[in-house]
Design a protein around this ligand. Structure first.
Ligand code: T3D
Length: 262
C-alpha cells in the first residue's frame, strides 16, 4: 500500500511529505494517522531537531477528502466535531507544542484545513504559484484547524473575515506581503531553500529555539508583565544549556559554534 505520508530523516531534519497527489493530498484517515505518527516521532526522537512539512505533486493539501463525505452514499451525516477532535486538532497541537522548529514548504494549492495546517507551522515558505484558499464557505462549513484563531491574529479581522467569508484564493506573494507566511520563492527554488532553512535550524541550539517558539506563541495571551516573567524563566533555562556555553566559547574563539541541541 502507498504510504500517505513519506518520512525521511537527514541532517537532523525530519521531512514529512503528504502523499496523496492524485487527490491534491487531501486528508483521509490514513493520512491523518500517518501525520500524527510523524509529528509524534519529532517530539520523541532526539535525533530530530527540525521538521519540514510539504506535499507531493502539484498541491500541498486540499483539506478534507470530500470523496469520503459524499452525502449521496446515504447513511447518517458524520459528526464533524468528532473528526476535528480526533484528527485535525491533534495535528495542530502536535505542531504548536513541538519544542523544535517546523518549516512548511507549500509547494502548491493549500485549501481548507490544508491551508490552516500550513499556517500553524513556525516558518512557512511557499512557491510563488501556490495559493491559500479558505475553501470552507464554498461547501457550507466553517474554518477549522485553528484558522479562525491564526488568521485573525495574523491578519486582523477585516482580512480574516474577507478570506473566510468569500473563500477567495490568496496568492503566495500576497500572503507574504500580508505577513501570513515568511516568504514566497520561485517554484523551482522552493525545496532547496526550505531544506537549507530546515537544516540550518536543525544545526541550531534546539533547546533555545524551542523556548523561543514557546515564548512567541504565549505572547498573544500574555500581558507584558507575564511575558517579562516568561522571558526571565526561559533565559534562565537557556543560560544553563550546553549550547549557550558553546555559543559563547565559539564567539570568543572566532569559530562557528557546534550546537548539540542540549
Ligand atoms: O469533514 C471533516 O472531517 C471536517 C473537516 C473539514 C476540513 C476541510 O478541509 S473542509 C474543506 C475541504 N476542501 C475543499 O473544499 C477544497 C476542495 N478543492 C478545491 O476547491 C480545489 O480542488 C482546489 C482549489 C484545492 C484546487 O483546484 P484546482 O483547479 O487546482 O484542482 P482540481 O481540478 O479542482 O482538483 C484536482 C483533483 O484533486 C481533482 O480530481 P480529478 O478530477 O483530477 O480526479 C479533484 O477532485 C481532487 N480534489 C481536490 N480537492 C479535493 C479533491 N478530492 C477530494 N477532496 C478534496 N478536498
Amino acid at each position: 500500500m502507498t504510504e500517505t505520508v513519506l518520512t525521511a530523516l537527514a541532517d537532523g531534519v525530519l521531512t514529512l511529505t503528504l502523499n496523496r497527489p492524485d487527490k491534491l493530498n487531501s486528508f483521509n484517515k490514513d493520512m491523518h494517522l500517518a501525520l500524527h505518527a510523524g509529528l509524534q516521532r519529532a517530539h520523541d526522537d532526539a535525533a530530530v531537531r527540525a521538521v519540514l512539512l510539504t506535499g507531493a505533486g502539484r498541491g500541498f493539501c486540499a483539506g478534507q477528502d470530500l470523496g469520503d463525505r459524499d452525502p449521496r452514499n446515504g447513511g447518517e451525516a458524520p459528526d464533524l466535531g468528532h473528526t476535528l477532535e480526533a484528527y485535525y486538532n491533534p495535528s495542530v497541537r502536535l505542531i504548536r507544542s513541538l519544542a523544535k522548529p517546523v518549516v512548511c514548504a507549500v509547494n502548491g494549492v493549500a485549501a481548507g484545513a490544508g491551508a490552516n495546517i500550513a499556517i500553524a507551522c513556525d516558518i512557512v515558505l511557499a512557491a510563488k504559484s501556490a495559493k491559500f484558499v479558505q475553501a470552507f464557505a464554498k461547501i457550507g462549513l466553517v474554518p477549522d484547524a485553528g484558522g479562525s484563531w491564526s488568521l485573525t491574529r495574523i491578519l486582523g479581522e477585516p482580512r480574516a473575515k474577507a478570506l473566510t467569508l468569500t473563500a477567495e484564493p490568496l496568492g503566495a506573494e500576497k500572503a507574504a506581503e500580508w505577513g501570513l507566511i515568511w516568504k514566497a520563492v520561485e517554484d523551482a527554488a522552493l525545496m532547496d531553500e526550505a531544506t537549507a532553512l530546515a537544516k540550518s535550524l536543525a544545526a541550531g541550539p534546539t533547546l533555545g529555539l524551542g523556548l523561543t517558539k514557546q515564548m512567541i506563541q504565549a505572547s498573544a495571551g500574555n500581558s507584558l508583565e507575564e511575558q517579562l516573567d516568561l522571558e526571565r524563566d526561559c533565559q534562565r533555562r537557556a543560560g544553563h544549556s550546553a549550547d549557550y556555553a558553546e555559543g559563547v566559547a565559539a564567539f570568543l574563539e572566532k569559530r562557528k559554534p557546534e550546537f548539540r541541541g542540549q
